[in-house]
Design a protein around this ligand. Structure first.
Ligand code: NAP
Length: 251
């Protein structure tokens, strides 16, 4: 059977995977949540928006005769990853996740770990500081509980609704970012503290490395747990898996 892949994307790694899949001559579609106004071209046909839970995804897989699912979503997109596990189990569609190792604190790092966004909000219940808040767009309102801080936000699109805290500067920019650029950014904005999800990978790491160089503390939000599934840590591994689970792919 001719392979027909569904790649769950929204990450730099997902975009690179789509390019590799297209170059390997494989057919597939990349799915994006539709949160970003103008998603970067991915090199494969793109569909946008949720599927309607695991049941909706299972229907999509059947209706579109999807042969393999590759979950290349962000490590914090736990709902989508859980839905993929569920829908693939229901439809017996082979699933692999393209994952990246979490960042590890090294010499010079001053990290405090919190388990989730709520933990970060609780930890910010302290006197006013200048905070780079690198948690994406979805959970910004949670930080309205601590309006005393001056927040620096970097977002792909300008916020669609007013922010719940009065002292915020928004930079509209899209990664990957450089160490030199982020070192300058943290210095120019006199940042006292970086709040970040432990995304792993290289695309968003510059601010963490810059904080290390500047001796700044980081409030590191640990990753959500996701049920066990097949995982690959590189595009080559995904392509090998595709060849392995369906030997007629020629990859
Ligand atoms: P999430 O909480 O796991 O997902 C919430 C819902 O959004 C899912 O149940 C699904 O809706 C829909 N969805 C998520 N990813 C989708 C995809 N690739 N294609 C189609 N529908 C998708 O995810 P999130 O944390 O909001 O992240 C949304 C997207 O942004 C993900 O694709 C992720 O790769 C990307 N992203 C997330 C982060 C982050 O920090 N969370 C950072 C960078 C990029 P239905 O249940 O209706 O199917």
């Amino acid at each position: 059977m001719r392979p027909n892949l569904l790649i769950l994307g929204g990450t730099t790694e997902g975009r690179h995977l789509c390019k590799a899949v297209a170059e390997a001559g494989l057919a597939g579609t990349v799915s994006m949540a539709g949160r970003v106004k103008h998603p970067a071209p991915q090199g494969l046909p793109m569909r946008l928006g949720g599927f309607g839970g695991p049941g909706g995804l299972a229907r999509y897989l059947r209706d579109n005769a999807v042969t393999h699912v590759i979950d290349a979503t962000h490590p914090f997109a736990a709902q989508m990853s859980c839905n993929a596990i569920d829908a693939c189990a229901r439809t017996k569609t082979p699933l692999i996740a393209l994952t990246r190792a979490p960042w590890q604190a090294g010499p010079g790092d001053r990290w405090t770990h919190v388990p989730d966004i709520a933990g970060a909000v609780a930890a910010l219940d302290r006197p006013a500081q200048r905070v780079m808040l690198a948690v994406g767009r979805m959970h910004l309102q949670d930080f309205a509980a601590n309006p005393q801080h001056a927040y620096l936000l970097r977002l792909v699109d300008p916020p669609a609704t007013p922010l719940g805290f009065p002292r915020a500067e928004v930079i509209v920019d899209r990664g990957p970012f450089t160490l030199a650029g982020d070192r300058a950014l943290l210095s120019e904005h006199r940042i006292d503290l970086v709040v970040s999800k432990n995304a792993g990978g290289t695309g968003a790491q510059a601010k963490i490395l810059a904080a290390r160089e500047l001796g700044l503390p980081v409030l590191m939000i640990d990753r959500p747990a996701i049920a066990k599934r097949a995982e690959a840590h590189s595009i080559a591994e995904v392509l090998r898996w595709l060849g392995h689970v369906s030997t007629d792919l020629g990859v």
